[in-house]
Every structure is written in structure tokens, then in C-alpha cells.
Design a protein around this ligand. Sequence first.
Ligand SMILES: NC(=O)C1=CN([C@@H]2O[C@H](COP(=O)(O)OP(=O)(O)OC[C@H]3O[C@@H](n4cnc5c(N)ncnc54)[C@H](OP(=O)(O)O)[C@@H]3O)[C@@H](O)[C@H]2O)C=CC1
Ligand SMILES: O=C(O)CCC(=O)C(=O)O
Length: 498
Amino acid sequence: METPLSCRNYIDGQWLSAAAGTTLESRNPALIHEVVATFPRSQADDVDTAVTAASQAYRSWRKVPAPARAEYVFRVGELLAKHKEKLAQLISQEMGKPLTEARGDVQEGIDCAFYSAGEGRRLFGQTTPSEMPNKFAMTVRMPIGVCALITPWNFPMAIPCWKAMPALVCGNTVILKPAEDTPACATKLIEIFAAAGFPPGVVNLVHGMGEEAGKALVEHPDINLVSFTGSSETGAFVGATCGRTHKRVCLEMGGKNAQVVMEDADLELALDGAVWGAFGTTGQRCTATSRLILHRDIKEKFTTMLYQRTSKLRLGAGTDPDTEIGPIINQKQLQRVSEYMNIAREEGAKVLIGGEIAREDSLKNGYFFQPTILDGVTPEMRVAREEIFGPVVCLIAVSSFEEAIAILNDTNYGLSSSVYTRDINRAFTAMRDIEAGITYINGPTIGAEVHLPFGGVKQTGNGHREAGTTALDVFTEWKSVYVDFSGNLQRAQIDNRS
Ligand SMILES: NC(=O)C1=CN([C@@H]2O[C@H](COP(=O)(O)OP(=O)(O)OC[C@H]3O[C@@H](n4cnc5c(N)ncnc54)[C@H](OP(=O)(O)O)[C@@H]3O)[C@@H](O)[C@H]2O)C=CC1
Ligand SMILES: O=C(O)CCC(=O)C(=O)O
């Protein structure tokens, strides 16, 4: 076994231990006796040191021209591309996803770097006519200040990149608090930011536990914005604290995403989408397909196809190239998925396949759960309403397209959605009527691209969108500017209509 990586915080350009000297460890979820990394258990004083550094650095970073700021981010993209394979191996080892998916996780970071860097030469404002002669009126984007980025473990490269890259191009400084399950991935990512040459204090990393380091960041008075991805429970705490302490906040929380398969769909295509959407990343995506809404005319046939494909899926360590389904991230999540099986049985759903912790000899040292299909699910059951975040898909039968869309929308969440049909009218109706931030037609619920807005409606978020140009709206404030070159006091028109 390799020596565990010894991770540090990165504050003001220095690699530091926690002031108290305490550490935690991360483990390989496929081989739980393997310690992947040790990392600082940071407390409020470590957070305070990072916030001071980031506040200091902000004074000059905001004045660096945006195209120059973007060049640093571009270099991060080049370095990520150079180290892609090693980073992917580390993601598979620490987070557990199969190598092909881990490469995709790094690739999203690369795509985000090049896309965000391009924005450094745009960051467009508007010019608009003034009411007055000899006066220009325009809007410009202003950075916000010090941004706390609180990220989950399921995309340990992509999600920190989605947040940090646009934030930096916009002129903010950042402090990343990664999930405690993936500190090595975060450390390697921030090593790359450091190698790209950002001035000290512009990019900072504080490891630790959510209830300690994360909470201290959210509560710190000199944090100006919190960008959070994770559970609805933690998101509610982050949102409430930011409200109380007058911070800007962008929340990206869960989903209960559905794929509809109509009777006219290409069933092979829909099957590929369902398997990938439900079981890709072991179902641990906020965009995962958690509900399959099937038209009664094809339900039996499609269920058989899905059963057959599911029964052949290969579970294993993400680092094994033959693996299709990796482990669940940790004991707590494994337990949570198991408990949902009890709930499903009690509610009257039928476990068609799976439903148990995998106990084969090759899997018993990891947190493996069998890919699971629950049949006979009805919309009011808890398994149809709550985010499970594991390799579990619920089958719901419907008799019409209208019923399918109504059930799809019958959730507190609204992130991703999908409809498989050959009928163009249904496709456009779905596009219009589905209550979600993302709708795919003839594609799975997962697989977002970095240049389109990412986020959801209802309890999935708080109205913001990451990625795309909408990320710039998260990380900037608007300023309206009036330039008067008349040389005398001009008064705006007095409205005499009233
Ligand atoms: N939308 C998404 O992409 C994700 C959704 N989830 C959902 O969340 C469930 C639980 O997963 P979990 O990892 O516990 O999710 P959390 O929401 O607890 O964790 C997300 C991030 O928030 C941090 N955090 C936790 N508590 C606080 C706090 N009080 N103040 C500030 N930051 C905090 C975590 O740190 P730490 O890791 O140290 O606890 C982590 O960095 C999953 O089952 C799934 O339903 C999970 C991951 C991603
Ligand atoms: O698959 C996608 O569309 C992106 C998923 C994602 O970013 C997430 O689950 O947090």
C-alpha cells in the first residue's frame, strides 16, 4: 500500500497544517482499510487566517485586468490536461467512480477553464442611451469580494472548478472548503492552481469538517459570498446563515430526477439513457435518474430489458478498468441507501433486482451496493419523493403523456429531466411544461455541459445557475455608470404625467 498523501491547507501561498495540529483521514471506499490521505482538521482560527489572506489579496486582484486574470485560469486548464490521467486515477481511488467517469470529471474542469478564460475578454456590460444630452449611460460588472466555495465529494474536480474559475475571472478571491471524503483530490487541484502562478491569497484551501471549518466560513463576517453544492439540509443552514449575516449565497442542492419513456420511444436508446442516468457514478449525482416513468404499453418490455442490462453490470473498484459501477462514498451513505430499501418494502414497492449491500468476496472490503430496480412505485411513496443518492431507480407506470409530465413535476425538486419520444409535439410540450432547470429530449438526465446554465427550480436551488454565462451573474455585482460631459448640471426629466 502506498504511503497516504499528507495534505495541508493552502493559505496566502503557503502549505500549512491546522493551527491546532489535528488531522483527519480519507479512505478508499472500494478498499476501506486503505488510507488515501491525511488532512488538517481546521477550525475557526484557520478559517480566519485564510479569510484575512483572501481579503488582503482581493485589494489588488480585483484591479488585475480581466483578460490577465483569465490567463491564470487558462494555465490551470493546460495543467489539468497535462496531469489528467494521474488526477483521474486519484479520483477513482479516493471517491470510487470508474476511471472513464473520473477522466470526465477532470475533463469538465478543463472545459470550464477554457470556457471561463474566454469570458475574461468579454465580461460584457451594456451601454444604453441617457435621457440627457451629452451623457453616456452604461453598466459594468464588479467583483463581489471573498468567496467561500463549499463543495461535495461526487465531482471532486469538476465542481470546485465550476465555482472557482468564473469567480477568479470575475476578480474575486476564493477559499475552497472541499468535502472531507475527498481531500486528496482537492489538494492536487489546488496544487495545480498554485503552479499556475496566482498571487498569494487569491486561491486558498481550507480542509476540515463541515460543522467546523465549513460553518466557520459561512459565519465569518468578511466572507462576501458563499457558493454551496450539497444536501438540502446543509443548504438550508447555509442559506439561513447567509441571510442572517447579509451574504450573497448560491445554493445547488438535490434532485429527484425522472426519465419518461413513452410508447413511441426508441427503447434501446431509452435503455442506454436509463442505465447510465440511474447507475452512472453509482447514482451519486444530483442529476441522477431516480424515477423512471414508463408508459404502460411498453412498461413490461422495457422493464425486462432494464432488468437484463442491470443484472450484467460489473461492480468493482473505480481504478479497475473493467468496473462499470463503483462503490458508495462512505459508510453513512451506504447505510442511508440500505434504509431506503426497508422504507421501499414497507411502502409496498417490489425489489426487482438488487436491494442489498454487495457481499461477494471481491467487494466485501468496500462500500458496495447492488444496482437496484424498485417496481410498483407510486408517486406518494417516500422512495419516489426523497433523494436516495445511490444506485436505485423507481419504476412508475403511466397511461398518458399528460400523466407522465404531471408525475415528473410532482416533486419538491426541479433539477434535471428527460423524455424519450419520437413525437416532436410531445418533445416541445415537455420542453415547455416540465418544471426543471434542465430538460433532455432523447438523452439521459445526466451529462451537463459547462457552457450552459446548471441548476434547478423549486427546492433544488435558490434561483441562481452555475456554469454558462449565468455563473458571471453569481460572481459579479452590477454597477450603473453615468458619464456627463455637458459641463453643467442637468436634471432628469420630471415626470408630469401623474
Ligand atoms: N447536490 C449534490 O451534488 C450533492 C448532494 N448530496 C446530498 O447530500 C446527502 C449527504 O451528503 P453529504 O456529503 O453529507 O452532504 P453535505 O451537504 O453535508 O456536504 C456538502 C458540503 O457541505 C459541507 N458541510 C457540511 N455541513 C456544513 C455546515 N454546517 N456548514 C458548512 N458546510 C457544511 C460538507 O463538509 P463535510 O464533507 O466535511 O461534511 C461538504 O463540503 C447525499 O445523500 C445527497 O442526498 C451530496 C453530495 C452532492
Ligand atoms: O451529470 C451532470 O449533468 C452533472 C452532475 C453534477 O454536477 C452533480 O451531480 O453534482
